[in-house]
Structure formats: structure tokens, C-alpha cells
Design a protein around this ligand. Structure first.
Ligand SMILES: NC(=O)c1ccc[n+]([C@@H]2O[C@H](COP(=O)([O-])OP(=O)(O)OC[C@H]3O[C@@H](n4cnc5c(N)ncnc54)[C@H](O)[C@@H]3O)[C@@H](O)[C@H]2O)c1
Length: 463
């Protein structure tokens, strides 16, 4: 079945990628000279959609220039496309000659070696590589912007908590792409909620329900029948929403924004979760996702947060988030992850007659988060979002694990589960094996709720 939602790199793109990687092996990496003291240099690692957007936001910060000087990816075509787009938008701020374009799993090192201490590394690969890349940035004393989610499993969460502490002590500034926190309407709403405008929060709701998105649905790896196809590892990376090791699955990648901003409004993380969901229409799809999830999170004070997610054609689309307080209701995101306006109401009916407040700010949170990071670097103010980024990722992971196991999962259950989804992400090679391998029919281990109860899917090395 040919699915227009599914993009697989062609043999030509793949060969170009590996050729460029081999050509770079052994090449010494030039240090970037000539940056004046107030110029901040940036290296982009993971040159896809968000990486290109983040680099654009970095170069759009006003004041002394922020320049892009190095780029790294595992696919040549992705890097080339990103370079072209950024060069067109920021001709004078993009200074990335061919010898500072790096292809391969070690490209991140070369890209960060191109920076000087205090410059900024951008991590916008799928999440499996966050702890690998962050370790190197800490050792080099770089500031960092990293995209959400930060971890997919408890083992990586513990690594990232330790690195969060270490990097904060070192005075590094680190932004995390949970941009709701930089939405001015949500900041104002947060203040209003803390000031008691809608009373005590007793319930929250988040919805991320749409048709199939991004690479959440995958058919078999083409390499099973086509020897010229990309390696199974590179193919999985190109379809990262399909694999729990790469992205935390559609659950983590798509739902984390609502989980993060609602917990922020409540000023608390949930202590446990129980979730229902399933794989309804899977046909030829071999990815590890459910196509619907409904989570009930519980907080220490007994209050609840319901998060519904669905990727299904023909089903009701809903993409918004709400707070219910003892005196009133708030719409946090009207439509989307950060959809304006945010608003508050007397009682539980969000109609105009009951409205207390509606936000008017229209600034872009993706730009605001960069303005905040660069300002903190330039003025040497503390700015460190990693711990709360890991907290948000753990809260998200709990909800997913509860669905995949059909058990009640506490914060510590998630954190202490010994299943590291991609423990060797620091040792990948272009032709090396992926963390999950398909069977002869092209199938991957999927969750078996109620049967496999301690792990989200039967680990292949423990089978
Ligand atoms: N904050 C947001 O609203 C938001 C929006 C979109 C994506 N994101 C996050 O950004 C990240 C990237 O998402 P995307 O949509 O840009 O995906 P993408 O596939 O467009 O980009 C990822 C890029 O990373 C490259 N890559 C993969 N592994 C690599 C490695 N080891 N070294 C170097 N490059 C590597 C890929 O080839 C690809 O070009 C994800 O974590 C995603 O959740 C956040």
C-alpha cells in the first residue's frame, strides 16, 4: 500500500549521505576564527524542519549578530535543504562552508568543535541523541538549545537529570523547546491562576486528536526486499515517530506540550497515571504506536488531569487544553499547542457573558524562547530549562507507559524501569543495527497491554 504520509529516503540520497560521511572521516576540523567578542556562534545538529526553524529564530534575535557557523546531520539532503533555506533568509549570518558541514553520527562533535566556549549548540535531532550530544556540550562549555522531548525512558532520564545539575553548576545556559513557557498569553494566564482568578484547580483536560501525523505510521522497512534501501537504522531515524527508542513515539512527541503547560498551570507534576488505548486500524503498519490513548493523571492533592490523544482518519479532531477551577474555567490553548487567545471565565461555561479575561499578545513563543536564551547569555543571567524539560518528559512517559502496560504507573515506576530503549545511541554507525530489529515479516515488538507488564514492549535482548 502506498501511503502519501510515508517518506523514505531514496537510494541516491542514501549513497550521497554515506559517501559524504566517508569523505569526512579523518578530515581535521577547522576552528572558527574571526568572531568578534559580541558575536554569538551557533552550530545546528539535526537539520530538519524544527532545526531549520530554531536556527532561523536564533539568527532573528535582535542586537549583536548571532551567526550559524556549522551544521551536522545524518542525511546530506536534509542538511543541504536546510542550508539553502537559511542562507536565503539570512545571507550575512550564515557562514557554513563545506568543511563545516558534517554528515554522520559523529558530526555533532565536529560541529561543536567549530564553536568557541560560550557559543550555542542546537540539538534538533530525534530525542534518542539528546544525552549523547549534551554530554559533549557540557565537556566543551557550550550553551545549548535542545528540542523536546528530552528522554524516552527512565534510564536516559536519570542521565539527563545528572547532566542538568552538572551543567547548571557550570553556569551553562540551556533552553528547552517547550515553548508554551515562553508564550506571553500563557505566562499571564499562569499569573492569573496563581492569583486565584478561577479558584483551586480541580481538573484539567488536554486534547491532541487528529488524523495520522508526521512519521507516526510506518509500513515495512523497504530494505527487506530492496537491497539498495537505506540501512534499517537510518530508515528508522527518518521515521522516528514510529519508534519508541527514537522519539518516545507519537505519544511523547505530540502530547508533551499540553502535558507540560497544564502541569505548569497547576504548579505540580502528577504522581501517577493510568491509561487506556489501543491499535485499532493497523493494516500494514509496523510502527510501535497505539492510535488512541486516554490518560488519567493524578496529582498529590487528588485532583485529575485527562489527556486524550488520537491519530485516526475520520475521527473528531480536537486540539486544545483547559483548566477547571473551583470558581471558573480557563482555556489555555484554544487550538494547537500554543493557540491564542488564552482566556478565563466565571463558572464552567466558556461563553462571552462569563468571560473575565482574554489575552491579546501575538508574539511568537518560538522567537521568545530564543530572545530569552540569548539575553541570558549576553547578560550572564541564570537560564536553565533542562530539569523541568526532563520532568515534563517523565510525566509524559508515565502516561504512555501506563497505556502500553495497562498498569497504574507512578513517577518512580517510570524512572526505575531498567529498559533503556537506545543505550548505545553514542555508538551508532551508518550501517550498524538499530535498537529494535524487525522480524522476517517486517514486524517490530509492539506493546502488549496486560501481558507484558514491566516493559512497554518485550525488549528483544530479554525475550
Ligand atoms: N517545539 C516544537 O513545537 C517542535 C516542533 C517540531 C519538532 N520538534 C522536535 O524537534 C525534534 C526534531 O523534529 P523535526 O520535526 O525537525 O524532525 P526532522 O526529521 O524534520 O529533523 C530531524 C533531523 O535530525 C537529523 N538527525 C537524526 N539523527 C541525527 C544524528 N544522530 N545526528 C545528526 N542529525 C541527525 C535527521 O536526519 C533530520 O534531518 C524532535 O525532537 C521534535 O519533537 C519540536
Amino acid at each position: 500500500m502506498n501511503d502519501p504520509l510515508i517518506h523514505t529516503p531514496t537510494r541516491r540520497q542514501f549513497l550521497k549521505t554515506t559517501a559524504a560521511a566517508s569523505a569526512l572521516a579523518g578530515v581535521s576540523v577547522p576552528f572558527v576564527h574571526g568572531a568578534s567578542d559580541d558575536t554569538l556562534q551557533v552550530a545546528l545538529i539535526g537539520c530538519g524542519g524544527r532545526g531549520t526553524g530554531a536556527a532561523h529564530n536564533a539568527m532573528s534575535v535582535t542586537g549583536p549578530p548571532v551567526k550559524l557557523v556549522a551544521m551536522a546531520d545524518v542525511f546530506q539532503e536534509r542538511l543541504d535543504k536546510s542550508y539553502k533555506s537559511l542562507k536565503t533568509q539570512h545571507e550575512d549570518k550564515v557562514d557554513v562552508p563545506d568543511d563545516r558541514k558534517f554528515i554522520g553520527f559523529d558530526g555533532y562533535k565536529h560541529a561543536m568543535d567549530s564553536l568557541k566556549k560560550g557559543d550555542i549548540a542546537i540539538f534538533t535531532t530525534p530525542l534518542a541523541f539528546r544525552w549523547v550530544h549534551f554530554r559533549y556540550a557540557i565537556d566543551k562549555g557550550l550553551n545549548v538549545f535542545m528540542e523536546k522531548p528530552l528522554i524516552a525512558d527512565g534510564v536516559s532520564a536519570k542521565k539527563m537529570y545528572a547532566m542538568a545539575e552538572e551543567s547548571e553548576k557550570k553556569g551553562m545556559k540551556v533552553g528547552v523547546g517547550l515553548m508554551s513557557r515562553h508564550s506571553k498569553p500563557m505566562q499571564e494566564l499562569h499569573k492569573r491562576v496563581q492569583d486565584g482568578e478561577i479558584g483551586e484547580i480541580i481538573n484539567m483536560r488536554g486534547y491532541r486528536m487528529s488524523g495520522p501525523l508526521a512519521s507516526a505510521f510506518s509500513e515495512k522497512w523497504p530494505g527487506l526486499t530492496d537491497k539498495s534501501a537505506p540501512s534499517e537504522l537510518l530508515w528508522q531515524i527518518s521515521r522516528f515517530h514510529s519508534f519508541l527508542w527514537a522519539s518516545g513515539g507519537c505519544f511523547a512527541d505530540f502530547y508533551i506540550h499540553h502535558i507540560d503547560h497544564l502541569c505548569w498551570m497547576k504548579n505540580a507534576w502528577p504522581i501517577k497515571a493510568q491509561t487506556v488505548g489501543g491499535r485499532h486500524y493497523r493494516y500494514n503498519y509496523v510502527d510501535q504506536n497505539f492510535d488512541s490513548y486516554s490518560v488519567e493523571y493524578t496529582f498529590e492533592d487528588g485532583s485529575k488531569f485527562y489527556m486524550d490523544g488520537r491519530c485516526m482518519v475520520g475521527a473528531l479532531p480536537l486540539y486544545s487544553s483547559y483548566l477547571h477551577g473551583s470558581k471558573g474555567l480557563a482555556i489555555v490553548s484554544k487550538n494547537g499547542d500554543i493557540g491564542t487567545p488564552s482566556s478565563t471565565y466565571k463558572g464552567q461555561n466558556p461563553n462571552r457573558a462569563n468571560q473575565i479575561w482574554q489575552s491579546t499578545d501575538t508574539t511568537n513563543p518560538y522567537q521568545n524562547e530564543w530572545d530569552a536564551l540569548v539575553t541570558a547569555i549576553r547578560t550572564d543571567q541564570p537560564h536553565h530549562e533542562v530539569k523541568r524539560g526532563v520532568d515534563a518528559s517523565v510525566a509524559t512517559g508515565m502516561g504512555r507507559m501506563a497505556g502500553h502496560t495497562a498498569q497504574e504507573i507512578t513517577w518512580d515506576d517510570f524512572l526505575n524501569c531498567d529498559h533503556a530503549f537506545a543505550a548505545n545511541a553514542d555508538k551508532f554507525t551508518m550501517d550498524g543495527p538499530p535498537p529494535v530489529k524487525c522480524d522476517k515479516d517486517g514486524k517490530y515488538p509492539v506493546p502488549e497491554p496486560g501481558i507484558v507488564k514491566n516493559y512497554e514492549y518485550q525488549p528483544q535482548d530479554k525475550a
